[in-house]
Write a protein that binds this ligand. Structure first.
Ligand code: PAF
Length: 285
């Protein structure tokens, strides 16, 4: 695997591949786990020359302590990338990604998508995500961008950014990888202590409960179903930002279902200082 630490060295290396290589790109913030590896495997199985970036992007953290405590496991990350057969690792530092400083140079018109769920609870977060991913996409020029479904709203936001900027890249969304007990794999899981890790399964159980109730209790409003799930999580010590149901294609929050459009149930909650998110799709019965 080739490791490039500067924009110039990456550009030079990718240029040496010749015209229009089939690059599959996976942007990450490191602390890699099998969820990330599943994105890399998807790219490789689709015959892509696989480029991964590791960059903990300061402009997407609305909480400075979350940024400071973001897990860093570079030696293990490099082993995982080598084992998975990744071709290039791009490992820039902040001055490489933001030579003119980290202030936002433009505003992305994300509309409704930025006013709900993560957008509401993490103001500015998606502007930072768009800023860094646009830069990375322009640099790497991949044919395909691989993102994990765990960050469902991020996938929708980046789809919108790609369309706003008319970037010639196809977005591939890869299903969430889960631990054996159902917890969605996430770099932030590394920050949970033993008791919190055991308890974190409650998020997945809440999603399953909401999904079950939506499919079974056809007359109940979604708000009554999600409130019940929120109370269960709170009784287990979580501070809940939201348990919500939305239409999967456009994230419009809904309280009833016409049974036609696929839905997505989304949750965000703190276990101690660690904020976890997860979601599950509900397809037509
Ligand atoms: O999902 C992430 O890890 C980050 O938001 C991303 C897409 C790498 C941008 O920094």
């Amino acid at each position: 695997m080739v490791i490039c630490k500067t924009v110039d060295s990456l550009r030079e290396y990718l240029t040496s591949l010749g015209s229009s290589p089939n690059i599959g790109f996976i942007p990450t913030m490191g602390a890699l786990h099998d969820g990330h590896a599943s994105l890399m495997r998807a790219a490789k199985s689709q015959g892509q020359f696989t480029v991964v970036s590791i960059f903990v992007n300061p402009t997407q953290f609305n909480d400075p302590s979350d940024f400071a405590k973001y897990p860093k496991t570079l030696p293990e990350d490099i082993l995982l990338l080598e084992r998975t057969g990744v071709d290039v690792l791009f490992l820039p530092d902040v001055s490489e990604m933001y030579p003119e400083g980290t202030q936002l140079s433009e505003h992305y018109d994300l509309g409704y998508l930025e006013t709900i769920l993560e957008g509401k609870y993490r103001p500015g977060h998606f502007q930072g995500v768009c800023q860094v991913v646009e830069r990375l996409l322009k640099l790497v020029a991949p044919k395909k961008l691989y993102l994990g479904q765990k960050d469902y709203q991020q996938c929708m936001v980046l789809r919108k950014m790609i369309s706003l900027k008319q970037l010639p890249v196809e977005l591939v969304i890869v299903p969430t990888r889960r631990e054996i007990d159902g917890l969605a794999m996430s770099s932030r899981n590394m920050r949970l202590n033993e008791a919190q890790r055991k308890g974190a399964i409650a998020l997945f159980q809440a999603l399953e409960e909401v999904k079950h109730n939506i499919l079974e209790k056809t007359n109940a409003s979604f708000s009554s179903i999600t409130s019940a799930a929120q109370h269960v999580l709170e009784s287990k010590g979580f501070i809940v930002d939201y348990v919500s149901v939305a239409q999967a294609p456009d994230l419009q929050l809904v309280d009833h279902w016409d049974g036609k459009v696929p839905l997505v149930v989304l949750v965000a909650a703190f276990s101690g200082e660690v904020r976890l998110i997860d979601n599950e799709l509900i397809n037509l019965p």
